[in-house]
Ligand binder design. Sequence first.
Ligand SMILES: CC(C)(COP(=O)(O)OP(=O)(O)OC[C@H]1O[C@@H](n2cnc3c(N)ncnc32)[C@H](O)[C@@H]1OP(=O)(O)O)[C@@H](O)C(=O)NCCC(=O)NCCS
Length: 175
Amino acid sequence: MNQPFRIRPADSEDTLIIGEILVETWRATFRGIIDDAYLDGMSEDDQAIRHARRMQAGGVFYQAGVDADGLIGFANYGPARHPVPPGIMELYALYIRPAAQGTGLGKALVKAVASDCLARGANGLFAWVLAENANRGFYEHIGATVAAQGRVRVGRQDHEQLAYLWEDLPQLIAL
Ligand SMILES: CC(C)(COP(=O)(O)OP(=O)(O)OC[C@H]1O[C@@H](n2cnc3c(N)ncnc32)[C@H](O)[C@@H]1OP(=O)(O)O)[C@@H](O)C(=O)NCCC(=O)NCCS
């Protein structure tokens, strides 16, 4: 069966929609986890500017999921922001528009990210996930295991976060 989307690298023309997807998905996913004031104060334009700057600065890579109407999800990744063994890259963000979730795009994006990381010489990939985010079951479902724990401040509260690691990129790509 043909998938209802395709994956391509995202570029600076995508940043407005990336800002929209990010805010819409955060509010849908983290309501009741992250404080309302933080979620309600998020701005699509601010997020678009933040990602435009990141793209311009280089060293952070983006993949987009696109359907007939345009961009419906994205992932970004690059060097790990915490000390990790050499050769391990970090998936910083993965957000699929709520209406497009559950169609295989999340998995396809992680596989596309893993392929690109492998091509860049990496041998592993990890992502920080809030422990309260039930979607961490998605990372477990596609083979990641918890490798570290930490705390992160978002808005007014500290949250527990878990680092999910894929140690075998070819195995992930083959899923
Ligand atoms: C989590 C997210 C990236 C998953 O993407 P998706 O497109 O909805 O998921 P997919 O359709 O690709 O699912 C792939 C597989 O994972 C499984 N899966 C999806 N979400 C899951 C979950 N929350 N828990 C357990 N398994 C899950 C699916 O059943 C599917 O299984 P299959 O391949 O055996 O049929 C997406 O729902 C999302 O953006 N959520 C909000 C933001 C978020 O939480 N981001 C990531 C932090 S973990």
